[in-house]
Design a protein around this ligand. Structure first.
Ligand code: AP5
Ligand code: MG
Ligand code: ZN
Length: 218
């Protein structure tokens, strides 16, 4: 199973990926998580990541492509993966095609979670993220059992710096300008499936499992 989760900031990519990972044990590659881990370190990558992420801009293609190439080549034996947040530009999608061809792998499906901007803003502005394990919560839609504490690891929940109103707006704009063209890119390759991402978390999960043929036997 080799899949991409596509969709705007706040569409639920991380939320759904976590469920698929837990149920099916698929290797998970989130460029956002990798860059967030790097930004806390005093390295060239960390400084670069922070500079772009805090403005809501995309980190340069060559940086992100290098990170993904490295992760994908390490996964080779198992051959399965969920990509979250990559690719995000046509150049990244083309690079991914090349990397997969080199590794002898092919994509199975690109799942596009569709959510309109007003709902995206409601989701992002009240999201909380675990500092330790990256688990994602929402103060209204998916609250932790204890305020401020991660259910799965007990870590501290915080608000991502890019989840401030002005940065959210910029991220959405960047998505429409640079990432939206990927819908057409994958549609032409007959890999794209659109899913209504405004349904409940459970409903979206079921829709994804159905598309991937994971629910057929039941
Ligand atoms: P990244 O971390 O990938 O952020 P993003 O794409 O902006 O997406 P989010 O993580 O904000 O949203 P999500 O779709 O995962 O939603 P979630 O499940 O959390 O990237 C961050 C930054 O890193 C970028 O801006 C860029 O700078 C850089 N970067 C990353 N990848 C890059 C790349 N490839 N190239 C260049 N730069 C890159 O859900 C959101 C909220 O909604 C949560 O609170 C959740 O609980 C709630 N929720 C989820 N589903 C539902 C539902 N069905 N109903 C109600 N609430 C829901
Ligand atoms: Mg995410
Ligand atoms: Zn945690």
């Amino acid at each position: 199973m080799r899949i991409i989760l596509l969709g705007p900031p706040g569409a639920g990519k991380g939320t759904q990926a976590a469920r698929l990972v837990e149920k099916y044990g698929l290797p998970y590659i989130s460029t956002g998580d990798i860059l967030r881990a790097a930004r806390n370190s005093d390295t060239e990558l960390g400084r670069k990541a922070k500079e772009y992420m805090d403005r809501g801009e995309l980190v340069p293609d060559e940086v992100v492509i290098g990170l993904v190439r490295e992760r994908l080549s390490r996964l080779r034996q198992r051959g399965s993966f969920i990509l979250d947040g990559f690719p995000r530009t046509v150049a990244q999608a083309k690079a991914l095609d090349e990397i997969l061809a080199e590794l002898g792998m092919a994509l199975d499906r690109v799942i596009d979670l569709e959510v309109d901007p007003p709902a995206l803003v409601r989701r992002l502005s009240r999201r909380r993220t675990c500092r330790v394990c990256g688990a994602v919560y929402h103060l209204d839609y998916n609250p932790p059992q204890q305020p401020g504490v991660c259910d799965s690891c007990g870590g501290e929940l915080y608000q991502r710096p890019d989840d401030q109103e002005a940065t959210i707006q910029r991220r959405l704009q960047v998505y429409f300008e640079q990432t939206r063209p990927l819908e057409e890119y994958y549609e032409r390759r007959r890999l794209l499936t659109r899913i209504d991402g405004e349904a409940s978390i459970d409903e979206v999960e079921l829709a994804i499992e159905t598309v991937l043929g994971l629910k057929e036997q039941e």
